[in-house]
Design a protein around this ligand. Structure first.
Ligand code: C5P
Length: 242
C-alpha cells in the first residue's frame, strides 16, 4: 500500500446522512476508506452503508465496537458481512469466545478489527472497573495483552493509539494496525484526543491505516489538508524503506 490515499480513513461522524454523503463525495479522491460509526448507523442504518458505497466506491469500515455474548456477536457479524463492508470492530473485552465467533462469522473478505482499551479510559476509570495491580499502572501492557489475545484467535487487525502501535506491529507484523488520534504538527488543536501523533509519526511507528476526522473536517481547506497528510504518509513510507 504505497498510495497514501489507501492509508487514509475518514470517519463520517455525522447523524445526518445527507451531510455524510456530501463529505464522502467531496473527499472520495483523497480517501481510501470511509468509517461509519454508531452515530450515523443508529440514525440511518444499512442505508448509510449502501449510499456511501454507491457514491464513493471506497472501502467501508463499520465501527460498531461490538461487545456482547458470542452468539449475538456472531449473528451481528454475519449480517454485517451481508452488507459488503470491509472492516468491522469488536471489543476484545467481549472475551475469547466472542472474538472466535466474530472471526468465524466474517464472510466475503470482511476483516475483524479488535478494539483493546478505549483511549477515553483513565486510571481512575480502570480502577473503578476492577482492574488493578500491574495492569492498572502499565496500561500499555494491558493493551499488549489484549492484542495478543486478539491475534491468537485470528482477528485481522487492531485499533491502537500511535503510542502503542510500534510494540504491537513489531510483535505481530501480520496484524492490520489502525490508528486514530492523528493531529497535524501545525494544528495546536487536539480536541478530546489525549495521545496524539502526526501522520508521519504514526506511519513510522507502524500504522497501516490512519483515522483522521476533525483535522480534515474542521480545516479551512479540507482538500489541502488531505494532500498535506498524503505528503506526510509518503515521506514516512520512504523513510521506513530506507
Ligand atoms: O480525528 P478525530 O479525533 O476527529 O477522529 C475521531 C474518530 O476516531 C471517531 O470516529 C472515533 O470513533 C475514532 N476513534 C477515536 N479514538 C479511538 C478509537 C476511535 O477517536 N481510540
Amino acid at each position: 500500500m504505497r498510495d497514501p490515499k489507501e492509508r487514509l480513513i475518514f470517519p463520517l461522524d455525522f447523524s445526518d446522512l445527507k451531510e455524510a454523503l456530501f463529505w464522502a463525495e467531496k473527499l472520495t479522491p483523497y480517501i481510501g476508506t470511509f468509517k461509519i460509526g454508531l452515530e450515523l448507523f443508529v440514525k440511518s442504518g444499512p442505508k448509510a452503508i449502501e449510499k456511501v458505497k454507491k457514491k464513493t466506491g471506497a472501502r467501508i469500515f463499520l465501527d460498531l465496537k461490538l461487545h456482547d455474548i458470542p452468539n449475538t456477536v456472531s449473528a451481528a457479524v454475519k449480517v454485517a458481512s451481508s452488507y459488503g463492508v470491509d472492516f468491522l470492530t469488536v471489543h476484545v473485552l467481549s472475551g475469547r469466545k466472542a472474538l472466535e465467533e466474530a472471526v468465524k462469522a466474517a464472510e466475503g473478505g470482511l476483516k475483524i478489527l479488535a478494539v483493546t482499551l478505549l483511549t477515553s479510559l483513565d486510571k481512575a476509570d480502570l480502577l473503578e472497573l476492577g482492574f488493578n495491580g500491574e495492569y492498572l499502572y502499565k496500561t500499555e501492557d494491558l493493551v499488549y495483552k489484549l492484542s495478543f489475545l486478539a491475534q491468537s484467535v485470528g482477528c485481522d487487525g487492531i485499533v491502537s493509539s500511535a503510542k502503542e502501535v510500534a510494540r504491537i506491529k513489531e510483535a505481530f507484523p501480520h496484524l492490520i494496525t489502525v490508528v486514530p488520534g492523528i493531529r497535524l504538527e501545525d494544528s495546536p488543536q487536539r480536541d478530546d484526543q489525549v495521545r496524539t501523533a502526526t501522520p508521519y509519526e504514526a506511519i513510522l511507528n507502524g500504522a497501516d491505516f490512519l483515522v483522521v476526522g476533525r483535522p480534515i473536517r474542521l480545516s479551512q481547506d479540507p482538500v489541502a489538508t488531505c494532500l498535506q497528510i498524503h505528503e506526510e504518509i509518503k515521506k514516512a513510507i520512504e523513510a521506513k524503506n530506507v
